[in-house]
Design a protein. Sequence first.
Length: 408
Amino acid sequence: MRIVRLFDRSYAVGLWWQHRPGGPGPKKAVLALARERAKEFPQDNYTCVALQAHQFGLGSYRGEIKNPRVYSLAAALAPEAESFVGVFRLEDDLWWLCVLNKGDIAPDGDACFATEEEARAAANSHRQVVGVDEVFYSSLDAGLRYLASALRPETYLQEIFPSAAGRRRLKVRIGLVVTLVALAAGGWLLRDYLEERELEELTRLTQDAAIRYKRELAEHPERFFSMGWQDAPPSAAAGNQCLAAMADVPLVFQGWIAEGAQCLPGKDLTVIRSHKRGASFVDLPAGTRLLSSESASLTSPLPALARRPTLAPGGLPLRDAAAARLYQLTQDLNARLQLSWDPPEQTVRDEVSLVCPWQKGRFDLTVPHDAMSFVFSALEYPGLMVSRVSYTKNNEWKIQGVSYVRPK
């Protein structure tokens, strides 16, 4: 078992997970079962456990797990699919395998490896058992981006057996109770008093934990919203790929005239052609779609583009600064701009209303032909994505995209 630090929290990886026979049960019953299982394997020296209603994970660790709490990373991971096999690079020498089978953590589905090859081999064997079509592989940066939006930390580690200090505290409490019982007449009033105080203390601790949990949710809303800019290629690479692909399109093919083109960077290029009298309908390239007797389209795939460098939400520009940059570029190029802003997304988690700390702007920029050679370099700006480049028969170039910003 190892402890890793992610997003200001400590997480445990490498637990051995077991199911509770008979389905979900109270945590006391699950803890009792976990203690029995730990005693069956004394050579593994299990010292801590992560408890869930239907299963538990055993681990061996001599460090502090209470202050601050250490959460189970496998129990915190909440992918969209119930069954999931993923390999994450958490540190330079730590590859973590997570296997979920219909929502449950597989017995060996929370494993640590020193090399990528070992992790991939284990993942492929689990994939066949779980029945998923593919394994999620990630680099260090990509894995952290995925985890930032997919973690729901709730299950934390606790000591599986009371520590020496805990036993001493328990003995002191028992001695105090015995003394008080001996001094109290009848003892029944004292018992009722202790039970009432214990209930009050338990209620207070539960309320404090709920308050801390909700405070953590409110302080880190970014975990629950998609960071769309992280997966996009740089604006210059996206735009230049489209320009190069469009430059290779012949103006006339088999008598059909190119009237316009639409490029989705890293995905495909679609060319629209109009029919001229005498042009062939039967000798068109494979994949051509006849839209009518007057027009046809052909879509060709484009190579995928590398993602831009990782950018934390705090590195996004302020909305006014991003808008000013687009307005200035529009003026300098004698272009036309349509710009609108979506309100920040909102969601509710455990009765806590969360507002996304960034928002998304949508722009549509019509650019003169002579500016197309350098406009994409000017659009290289944090949080800005080029999603579509179009050319129309009116000799107009349109660039559409999204700009992620901080509202203020």
